[in-house]
Each structure stands twice: as structure tokens, then as C-alpha cells.
Design a protein around this ligand. Structure first.
Ligand SMILES: [Zn+2]
Length: 250
């Protein structure tokens, strides 16, 4: 048995009622990663399958690496909610959602175990082989809904995933530290433009600074987890410029 076949054999079925048809003709070109944010895997699975909750995901990955399929990838699951990325909104129609078991910031946020991350990585690679999902469209829930969501959060191993071919992580960016916070208009305009180039729903010009702070926090949770401050410090700006360059390139 190949590694992929072994992984497929490990997937258990737990169908959720919370699904419907994808919009006709829409490509599946996004992969959205979440944490469950509940006290236990069982509570999360129950909620994601409860018709009254109106939420679901295609997959749930437990901390021991057990993978559950709740919704067929050809169908729409209800995991993204109000969302925006690279010019598109309401992203359930074009995305696959994976819920990764972790109590989350409300119930004792903790590290994602290596076994769990390995299972997430294998599952993502299988999904990427089945759908035209570019690396820049492998995102956190917090990336596509920065004002509502923090998941999967700053403990999630994005660099490890990228090292295996899942998502974007810039290599070789010099650490410029936490000082040198950008506050002038010109500097902030270029921060906005880079965030928009990555895919965030922030206007390239103007807008409230509060929104910029919120979006910067989302960027940091994903690409600069050392300090989730919402401030455009020198290290954050360097990482942002590098990510924007990769995302602009395809
Ligand atoms: Zn989420």
C-alpha cells in the first residue's frame, strides 16, 4: 500500500447534515485551516454534525492524527462564514475546510502534536493533488475573517507544512527585530498594499487604522508568530514584503 492509500484507509466517515451543493462552475481553489476551539474532539464533532449548528467542515483531524470526513469534497461545507480573500467573498463555495482539534484561545490553547501535524500535512497534500489550489490560497480562517477569527493561531506549524509543499513560507528573510515600527503615511500605504497583494481584505489606500491593526495581527498569526501585536515592526514588514513577493508571483 502506498503512503497515500494508507492515509486514505485511516479516514473515518462521520457525515454532517450541514452541507449543500457547490455553486455551478466555481473552481475549488482554496484550502482553509481551522482549529475547533472546543474542549474536546467529541464535542467538536457533535457540533459540526448537529443540524441546529449550521456549521461543518470537510474534515476533522484529532490530536492523535485520526482523520474524520464529514462532507464530501464535491459538496459545500459551512466553515468560512463571512470571508474575503484575493477579491472573492463567501468562500465556502470555492474552498475545502479542515478543522484541527485544539481547545483554542478560549479553552487553553496548546501546541499541535507532531502526529496531528503529520496527518494534517498528508491530508492537505492529497487535497492539493485533487484540486487546482495555488500555495497562496492555503490560508488560516483568521486570514479570511481577521475581525472575527483567531484560528488556527500562532502555534500552528505553517513553516513545517510549507517545507512539505503546503502553502507559502518565505525562506532566508533576515530578522530585523521588533523595533522600527512604521507609523508614517507612506510607510503604512506600502504595508497596506503588501497585505492586499497577499490577499487580505484591506484597502490599498486609506481606511481606518483599527482595521489595519486587525489585519496585521492576522498576518502575524500566520507569518510572524513571534509577536502578534498588530504593529508594523521592522521584522513584520520584512516578512510581509517577502510573502507579498511570493503571492504576487503566483
Ligand atoms: Zn475557524
Amino acid at each position: 500500500m502506498t503512503r497515500a492509500a494508507a492515509a486514505a484507509a485511516r479516514v473515518r466517515e462521520r457525515p454532517s447534515a450541514n452541507q449543500d451543493e457547490r455553486p455551478a462552475g466555481m473552481p475549488v481553489d482554496m484550502l482553509v485551516l481551522h482549529y475547533t476551539g472546543m474542549r474536546s474532539a467529541r464535542a467538536a464533532l457533535d457540533r459540526l454534525c448537529d443540524p441546529a449548528s449550521r456549521v461543518s467542515s470537510h474534515y476533522v483531524v484529532e490530536e492523535d492524527g485520526q482523520v474524520w470526513r464529514l462532507v464530501d469534497e464535491r459538496r459545500r461545507a459551512f466553515h468560512a462564514g463571512v470571508s474575503y480573500w484575493r477579491g472573492h467573498q463567501a468562500l465556502n463555495g470555492r474552498s475545502i475546510g479542515i478543522e484541527i482539534v485544539n481547545p483554542g484561545h478560549e479553552h487553553g490553547y496548546r501546541d499541535f502534536p507532531a502526529l496531528q501535524m503529520a496527518a494534517v500535512c498528508d491530508l492537505c497534500l492529497e487535497i492539493l493533488a485533487r484540486h487546482p489550489i495555488p500555495a497562496r490560497n492555503v490560508v488560516a480562517h483568521s486570514d479570511i475573517a481577521p475581525d472575527r477569527k483567531d484560528d488556527p493561531g500562532e502555534k500552528f506549524d505553517w513553516p513545517g507544512l510549507a517545507a512539505n509543499g503546503v502553502g507559502v513560507w518565505p525562506l532566508g528573510v533576515a530578522d530585523r527585530g521588533f523595533g522600527g515600527i512604521v507609523r508614517d503615511g507612506g510607510g503604512l500605504r506600502s504595508v497596506r498594499a503588501d497585505l492586499a497583494a497577499v490577499g487580505y481584505g484591506v484597502a490599498a489606500e486609506g481606511g481606518a487604522d483599527m482595521a489595519l491593526h486587525t489585519v496585521l495581527r492576522a498576518f502575524q498569526r500566520h507569518w510572524r508568530p513571534e509577536a502578534v501585536t498588530g504593529e508594523a515592526d521592522a521584522g513584520t514588514v520584512a516578512r510581509l514584503e517577502a510573502v507579498a513577493r511570493i503571492c504576487a508571483g503566483g
